[in-house]
Design a protein. Structure first.
Length: 410
């Protein structure tokens, strides 16, 4: 349907007809010319005296003006380390007063060598604009200085397009951004300062692992304790622990809570972290691999000191036989330290001859009385014996008073 141009377009002005001789002229002016002005226009002239009506038409083709194009980096500041993720975002901006119809954008990313980066490349991913978005991204997964030298100046070229045949695409606009890639600094592993602690106290041990932000892999962390020849993993210590990471993902804390500290908590604690970056999605594709590998560790030895001597045995019961004697007793409680129990005995005059039990107090029963049994063997029939029960821990030994029993005769 035909419409009067000036009635629908405030930016269009029509100069009244001017006659010069037999030439009649009318001028339609667009200021500014917008993409919505791209259409077919009709000019109709009517000469009333002659009763003549004539008209002609002309297509108005409009070209989109070049956009303004900018590149923003993420992260925007600070060093850019190899083996980290890095994103360049290219944005085209058009004057919406002039470009007032839906438009799309096409993009070309060029690397520092002048090569066009294809959309389907694995390590450097080009995300083109979609729909009416005028934004494109270049993702490095990861950025590299080794096998692939990603340092240099990157170029983003944008062209604005329209689906209207009367609206011509813009001329391309380029913008550049220099990128400097640095070598990956060393990962650090540190334990909180710990030395000696007394049994029964509360202790929190924290291992802190620090890497750079945006590292494309998560370090594998191993936390374990060495005691004599045994190695126990953190999850097998049967003590509360937590694993936390900060918002950037670059700091990981492994925290072990010893409450209360037990004697068997003594030993060497080790925290080991390692990672291996082998390219996009950790594949071994040599065309994308970066082969960054790091390992770091820290260790400390926890010394646990006793605070009190062991408690003396109570409720001693003796059941003698002909050549043996069964002796039982109760340990009312312990001082959280491992305790050994033994019997010093002799026939007639007392002297230090020991029969040692294999019993050691379990930390799970530190607050509970526990009954211990020791069997003396190799005794002589019908003889009187004197004995004491000895309780020992890392601080020393506590003895009961001297007690007596007599073996039976056959």
């Amino acid at each position: 349907a035909s419409q009067d141009v000036t009635s629908e377009n405030n930016d269009a002005t029509l100069v009244p007809v001017v006659r010069i001789g037999n030439i009649f002229t009318s001028v339609l002016t667009f200021d500014p010319v917008k993409t919505t002005d791209a259409r077919q226009y009709y000019c109709q002239a009517t000469i009333i005296v002659l009763g003549t009506v004539d008209r002609t038409n002309r297509d108005l083709t409009v070209q989109i003006p070049p956009p303004s194009v900018s590149i923003v980096a993420d992260p925007p500041t600070g060093p850019i380390y190899e083996s980290t993720s890095y994103v360049l975002t290219c944005t085209a901006t058009v004057n919406t007063t002039i470009v007032d119809t839906p438009v799309t954008a096409s993009v070309v990313w060029t690397d520092p060598s002048g090569n066009v980066i294809p959309i389907n490349e694995a390590r450097r991913q080009v995300i083109p604009p979609t729909d009416n978005s005028l934004v494109s991204m270049l993702l490095f997964q990861p950025i590299d200085t080794g096998l692939n030298n990603d340092g240099g100046t990157y170029t983003c070229q944008m062209i604005i397009n329209s689906g209207n045949s009367l609206i011509a695409s813009s001329q391309p606009t380029d913008t550049t951004l220099p990128v400097t890639v640095e070598s990956l600094p060393s990962m650090t592993v540190n334990f909180s300062s710990v030395g000696s602690v007394e049994v029964g106290q509360s202790l929190t041990i924290t291992c802190t692992i620090t890497t750079v932000e945006r590292l494309v892999v998560t370090p594998l962390i191993t936390f374990f304790k060495m005691n004599d020849a045994d190695m126990e993993m953190l999850s097998n210590l049967n003590r509360p622990y937590s694993i936390t990471r900060d918002d950037t993902g670059s700091v990981t804390n492994y925290t072990l809570i010893l409450d209360p500290v037990r004697f068997e908590d003594a030993g060497m604690y080790t925290c080991l972290a390692e990672f291996n970056v082998t390219g996009f999605n950790n594949t071994n594709d040599p065309s994308t691999a970066t082969y960054d590998s790091q390992e770091a560790s820290d260790a400390f030895t926890l010394n646990v000191d006793c605070t009190i001597l062991p408690f003396a045995a109570t409720s001693v019961t003796t059941i003698p036989g002909t050549t043996n004697a069964n002796i039982s007793f109760i340990i009312p409680k312990t001082s959280y330290a491992n305790e050994n129990y033994s019997i010093s005995y002799t026939r007639q005059q007392f002297q230090a001859t020991q029969k040692v039990s294999g019993t050691r107090m379990s930390s799970s029963s530190v607050d509970k009385p526990i009954m211990i049994y020791i069997v003396l063997t190799g005794l002589e029939e019908g003889n009187a014996y004197q004995f004491t029960i000895d309780s020992s821990n890392c601080l020393g030994t506590t003895h009961t008073g001297v007690m007596n029993f007599t073996t039976l005769t056959a």
